[in-house]
Design a binder for this molecule. Sequence first.
Ligand code: SF4
Length: 320
Amino acid sequence: MENKEKQPLVQVKNLCKYFKVGRHADLKAVDGVTFDIYKGETVSLVGESGCGKSTTGRCMIRLYEPTSGQVIYNGKDIAKLTKAEQKEFCQQVQMIFQNPYASLNPRMTVKEIVGEALKQHGMPAKEVDQKVEQLLETVGLNKDHMSRFSHEFSGGQRQRIGIARALSVDPEFIICDEPISALDVSIQAQVINMLKELQEKRGLTYLFIAHDLSVVKYISDRVIVMYLGTMVETAETEELYSNPQHPYTKALLSAIPEADPDKAKASKRIPIKGEIPSPINPKNCCRFAERCEYATEKCFQEMPELHEIAPGHKVACHLT
Ligand code: SF4
């Protein structure tokens, strides 16, 4: 809570990213998203594929130019950085990508992949070697791996290489774009634990992007649930899991497998009917209306505003 008195490290303000898909058609991938991230926090963005979570992350690292809205990093609008500030931003903000199979260049050795950014920053070759060795140890690999190619590694090991690459320039903020969704369940926990340890040791701040709520509970301080380009609910993790309010969040939570057989018997899965609708020219009403079992006429006519129902807990639903 003391965090909240400080200035956020990242401020996303009314961010929109539309893609033109025809003369009169806009694919509204992100449509008015606003949130803050404080230093040392992990904020998770969760929703089905196509909800705009990865596009939000990509706008925050300038891989996409937003259609409108702002991303403020350390008090500066990232669209207005000078050349020197851009260089600093690129060092301070890194991304770990979803697919460890596609995000590593198959023609480069591990040493080249992890050391690439260090070389670009002018580090002498000998120091690069030492730093790469240290980084590999940090992520649970070793110096014997340096001369190998990425295809010689398992999925979990490849993601460790991706994490070592992100850490190489000593960033303070890392966007983790579904870093574990391509990995076996047994490996997922190892990678999550490693990210948590790294956060504690290095004081990192994370935006963690995931498609379901099961994996983010143990790593997040706060969770944002997105649906079709908009935020539908956000709260501190404990509050969101114990007191979900939006019908979509409730359905996502009900889909989490329960390990305890007694609890599993008692819990009821809330099905979400139909498919996620097209984000092309969406209607100005509740975007979840077509799939919501509580939808009323108002839901098909008016877009619900995201409003605070308890300190730090916001919901976009006409019923709250
Ligand atoms: Fe369901 Fe209406 Fe709430 Fe949308 S606003 S989630 S349709 S009840």
